[in-house]
Design a protein around this ligand. Structure first.
Ligand code: GLP
Length: 252
């Protein structure tokens, strides 16, 4: 695992946006795994800016989002489809027919999503956030490392953390469909981003705790090509010398 620490969240967004743009400019076709959540909002803002003010085109891009809530109306502003449309897809020249989310209809074989990803040639780069309890996507502690896309009951800590997007915790859905840990591990490269002191303990656990299903993010230590990008607050439990520090210059 390569660990990169930047000064603050703004620099983290710049680092990830540049990473994304390098992929797009270097390839005729690129398949990304994308995350929602506040860690990535700034990244998408920068990508939209680059599209509007520079020559960044999303025409070669196909995307598979990590997860989606169940039991929300399709026009609810907090479905991850609507969040992604608002923050990115509606603002750039992506072909929306190339943007995918886990299937949330009842009575469906959720792992059909894994088949779709495979049919697309697999994910070139998976961008990931991390939950305060060490979840990745919505793979809560205890999820099998061999899991494919599946339905989950959201942990109380996750519903508590995500209530800020809803009027109250009661309104946070209790279930979601998420890529599984084996789905995520199949990506050719993974970039995990975390910002703020609230994430520091999860990052410490991911890097130093025993690899265990009780700490889902530890599975990433078994992947050969992972970059972890942190701001100083999220990296506060790391020893200096265990990571590269990068100064980010310029807006994007
Ligand atoms: C959420 C999402 C994840 C996200 C993570 C961190 O619950 N399901 O995909 O990466 O938790 O979210 P945030 O960036 O808002 O802290």
């Amino acid at each position: 695992m390569q660990v990169v620490v930047v000064n603050e969240k703004e620099a983290l967004s710049t680092y990830i946006a540049r990473d994304f743009m390098n992929y797009v400019s270097g390839h005729n076709r690129v398949v990304f795994g994308l995350a929602t959540g506040s860690t990535f909002t700034g990244v998408y803002k920068k990508l939209v800016h680059q599209h509007q003010n520079s020559n960044l085109s999303f025409k070669p891009v196909m995307t598979f989002n990590l997860d989606e809530y169940m039991d929300l109306e399709s026009n609810h502003p907090q479905t991850y489809r609507n969040v992604m449309n608002r923050n990115l897809f509606d603002c750039v020249d992506i072909d929306k027919r190339n943007t995918f989310f886990p299937p949330i209809k009842k009575n469906i074989r959720f792992s059909v999503y894994d088949d779709m990803i495979e049919k697309a040639g697999g994910i070139d780069c998976q961008y990931l956030g991390i939950g305060v309890n060490g979840h990745i996507a919505f793979n809560e502690p205890g999820t099998s490392f061999t899991s494919k896309t599946h339905k989950v009951a959201l942990a109380d800590a996750t519903r508590e953390a995500n209530k800020r997007f809803f009027d109250s915790k009661d309104q946070v859905p209790k279930h979601a469909v998420t890529m599984g840990l084996s789905t995520i591990m199949k990506a050719r490269r993974i970039v995990l981003a975390a910002s703020g002191e609230k994430k520091a303990e999860a990052i410490r656990g991911m890097l130093y705790d025993p690899i265990s299903e009780q700490m889902p993010a530890t599975v990433l230590r078994q992947h050969p090509n992972v970059v972890v990008v942190l701001d100083r607050a999220a990296a506060q439990f790391l020893e200096e010398g265990e990571y590269d520090t990068t100064e980010i210059f310029g807006a994007c």
